[in-house]
Design a protein around this ligand. Structure first.
Ligand code: DGL
Length: 265
């Protein structure tokens, strides 16, 4: 009998779709539940205590409801703050999302890299640790932007913003001392790859943007190597934790990734 347990992706909003997409390319048959904590969104302006209190409990409820074979915390903010607590609480594999500082340091020629995340993520000791371990000879500039999270959510609802909105976000990094030397920017929030083309255009000079999506997809495929999948492609579920009129506007973007069922938790 094929194993019908899904892979459960979790984020505050639609950002995790940037991790789901590369995972689906590697595992097209995998049943998917995509959970967005719309009642808790946005995470990036919350305190560590709020996120640490909320995420493990919510993932516990989701695990009970959907019996996933594996959970992907497709959110840098939740992962950098709550990943150990989630792993301790749940008896199943949990893959987290952490800022792609290592690949950025490998690519940078100028040895000045930018980390663009949420305000909560960029202040995490976890980010200091990654910078020390993998980018010790680089200057690592950081900027937290709630505005960019909102721009990505709006884009998936079909609302495109002007270039100026993206330029204003990037100025937070590029206008810092040494910012003009940045040649690689880490999209350290899963929402940001959803607007990577807009960021590239707004940068006005060659800057490479990197994120962890492909690496996470490979990790998930490796952990589930040899799994037996049912034939349910295109029947994925998106589950939201709170009712919001914006959810209806997200349906086309969700359906493009096979998330045709939309539910409230
Ligand atoms: N997508 C999330 C992240 O990767 C958080 C966005 C938010 O809710 O502020 O950090």
């Amino acid at each position: 009998m094929p194993d019908s347990r899904p892979i459960l992706f979790f984020d505050s909003g639609v950002g995790g779709l940037s991790v789901l997409a590369p995972t689906q390319r590697l595992l097209p048959q995998a049943p998917i539940v995509y959970a967005a904590d719309s009642a808790g969104y946005p995470y990036g302006t919350r305190s560590e205590a709020e996120i640490a209190g909320r995420v493990p409990a919510l993932l516990g409820r989701l695990a009970e409801r959907y019996h996933p074979r594996l959970i992907v915390i497709a959110c840098n903010t939740a992962s950098t703050i709550a990943l150990p607590a989630v792993r301790a609480a749940l008896d199943l594999p949990v893959v987290g999302t952490v800022p792609a500082i290592k690949p950025a340091a490998e690519l940078s020629r100028t040895r000045v890299i930018g980390v663009l995340g949420t305000e909560a993520t960029v202040r995490q000791p976890y980010v200091d640790d990654l910078a020390t371990r993998f980018a010790a000879d680089c200057r690592v500039l950081r900027h937290g932007s709630a505005a960019l999270v909102a721009l990505a959510e709006a884009r998936l609802r079909g609302e495109e913003a002007e270039d100026d909105a993206y330029r204003a976000v990037l100025a937070g990094l590029l206008d810092q001392p040494d910012g003009e030397r940045i040649d690689v920017i880490v999209n350290a929030c899963t929402h940001f790859p959803l607007v990577a083309d807009r960021l590239e255009a707004a940068a006005g000079r060659p800057v490479q943007f990197v994120d962890g999506g492909e690496g996470i997809a490979r990790r998930v495929a490796h952990l589930l190597d040899g799994a037996d999948w049912p034939d349910v492609a295109g029947e994925g579920t998106a589950v939201f934790t709170g009712a919001d009129p914006a959810i209806a506007l997200l349906r086309p973007a969700l359906a493009r990734l096979g998330l045709t069922q939309v539910k409230l938790l």
